[in-house]
Design a protein around this ligand. Sequence first.
Ligand code: AMP
Ligand code: MG
Length: 406
Amino acid sequence: MINFQEAINLIKENINRITPEETVPLALCSNRVLSQDIVSNEDLPLFDNSSMDGFAIRAEDVTEASVEWPKELQVIGESSAGKNFEGLVNINQSVRIMTGAKIPEGSNAVVEVESTSESDGIVSIRRSVQYGEMIRKKGENIHSGDISIPKGKLITSSDVGVLASLGINNVPVRTKPIIGILSSGNELIEPYKIPLENQIRNSSASAIYTAINESGGEPIDIGIAKDNKIDLLDKFEIGLRYDILITTGGVSMGKYDLLPEVLKEMGVEVLFYKVNIKPGKPIMFGTYKEPNAETCYVFSLPGNPVSSLVTYKLFVLPAIKLLLGDNSNQIKIKAILLHDINKNDNKKYFIRGIICNNEDGELTVRSTGTQSSGALISMSLANCLIVFDEESTGGKIGEKVNVIML
Ligand code: AMP
Ligand code: MG
């Protein structure tokens, strides 16, 4: 048995390819991973413009202006967003200006409308103004030639906004890795069926399917294999053609746990089987290579739905990110433990937890209660995993503990 970090290292060492590139329309690029740096060939903003509604002026005309002694300027026109003022602002002149409108030639600052009063073509300015005040300079947001979004980033709604503002309507992204989900177990039935007393609904496949979508992969449900070799081998034939094959169930030590045998028979090279963690110990990772085809990465996850989901998060998600070239980091945080948690073995623990702010705004965390790996509802309650390393003996109330967000 290997420990958690060794398992992660083996995954990193063995996944040494990235999916090909494709181009998708702007409207469809969110939650995809950028395959190229986005380099702007324009300045943003494209022209100096006003950050306030007010008056475009020459700062040197109002150096003495105050509430007691306002400075009067002639209003020679108007510049609004979408309609420029074409003339020149000369000494003691001003132009009424709106937010986003182009700064008229000759002016060098804007004074907000609140510090002015206007009547009969004259505006009184009640304060002095710095050069460049209230002006958004050309290129201050993005400079032409700059990398505005780096490759490897999972595209968010804000990124979509940046892409739109740069006029990038076709976005270069990594193709989604295709990920097969093969459930195994004689007792499993599809969720729409009514279970007999010896049956349970297949919950893991739907949960993992959704998780894959969230991770930027393309899930394919291969269905349920019975606990016999013929059915398993049959469905493996399909699954091994994908970038990743996830199987659930059948990897423990029971009489009908046939996965280890089937993997061997199919020619999957097993890189690890069993990791020193809880939950999820009997997880298996391997590779399958056929001539002239890409390597398929195989993860056989334990059947208990909680174990399946936790090991998905811990091992499969990093694998998907490697295939996508997604270089975002898993954020680890610390939170104050609200009760004692005992640990008396040398496994690494991932305890389903609920993290929230206390009245002082500090992060606190408690366990969801039962940590039975069959209790799927606890996974639904959890918004994080509390992590205890191998050598830890648990945590005491008030202690700061390591947490990863779900
Ligand atoms: P196994 O690893 O096959 O021995 O399964 C361990 C436990 O998880 C058993 O109680 C199974 O019935 C249950 N189980 C296995 N696969 C699934 C699944 N896809 N959905 C829900 N429960 C499952
Ligand atoms: Mg089973």
